[in-house]
Design a protein around this ligand. Structure first.
Ligand SMILES: [Zn+2]
Length: 296
């Protein structure tokens, strides 16, 4: 089990890092395209994060839901692509850091920043349960439900994880910026999701701007039990209305690591990066934590 007193380094962005390395991440396939078109680059991205000190790597399954792939006419291949993504992450792990853990990403079925598009609870439940079953069967060490922006989808995904993920599972939220921390993009206060928070081994905040993360970490830490891990991984940059990511250099790796130190002080013990972060970001975090990689 994870020790809340022993910070663990999570990896950084996959989608934007693939793009930085020249891979097409145009919608609707986004990062899933790399599984077919650039598997070696994808494996190199995972390996770069492990070399930088990450000890948890998230497989590139953010956009391998059947619903996402169907928009590119590839809905029938979602199981194959999900399994391939896990295999690629495992290959990087085996050759670069055999003790690292592989988590499977479980993302919103629709746009991460459009909670109004989240399907009905029953649809979410069925799709996320199917995804989690495939991830577990493919051999992931844990399931990372991430960037959850709508309360009903978060609940549905968590119920699925509770029922079919035998190992560790995590749920991480995309919160609003504003006066009160811990409010999902759809307006749901995270405290209304206490049954979810109580059952997850890891709860977190992700894809929120780095300077805003500390308040959300404090809110989550105040709601969960001492032995539960709080995760934090911020973004650098912003999304355009068309869904593309614009990476800025507003937060360089050292500055990011300084923010991450605040998150640790506020009670987070699983630290990584979301959109716009790079292996250099993760290297700076590992260096800040003093023992590259940490342990599980
Ligand atoms: Zn992100």
């Amino acid at each position: 089990m994870m020790d809340v007193n022993q910070p663990v380094v999570l990896d950084g962005a996959t989608g934007t890092e693939l793009e930085r390395r020249g891979v097409d991440i145009g919608l609707p396939l986004w990062s899933a395209r790399a599984i077919l078109d650039a598997p070696q680059v994808l494996q190199d991205v995972h390996a770069a994060y492990l070399d930088a000190g990450a000890r948890v790597v998230t497989a590139n399954t953010f956009r391998t839901h059947q619903r996402s792939l169907a928009k590119a006419g590839m809905g029938s291949r979602w199981v194959e692509l999900t399994r391939r993504a896990v295999d690629i992450a495992c290959a990087a792990r085996d050759s670069h850091a055999p003790s690292a853990r592989i988590f499977g990403s479980v993302a919103p079925l629709e746009d991460c920043y459009r909670p109004d598009l989240a399907p009905a609870a029953g649809v979410c439940r069925e799709a996320h349960e199917a995804m989690i079953r495939v991830l577990v069967d493919a051999g992931v060490d844990g399931v990372l439900i991430e960037t959850m922006c709508a309360g009903r989808e978060a609940e549905a995904a968590a119920e699925a994880a509770r029922d079919v993920a035998p190992a560790a599972w995590a749920i991480s939220f995309c919160f609003q910026s504003g006066s009160q921390p811990g409010v999902l993009l759809d307006g749901t206060d995270v405290q209304r999701l206490m049954p979810v928070l109580e059952q997850a081994q890891i709860v977190g905040v992700n894809c929120v701007a780095a300077p805003e993360v500390v308040e959300h970490v404090g809110r989550l830490r105040g709601l969960v039990r001492p032995e539960q891990v709080v995760a934090a991984y911020a973004n650098i940059g912003y999304a355009t209305p068309e869904g593309a990511w614009v990476t800025t250099d507003a937060v360089d790796p050292d500055r990011y690591a300084a923010y991450a130190a605040e998150w640790v002080s506020a009670g987070a013990s699983m630290i990584g990066g979301c959109c716009g972060t790079t292996p250099e970001t993760i290297r700076a975090i590992a260096s800040m934590l003093g023992e590259p990689g940490g342990s599980l």
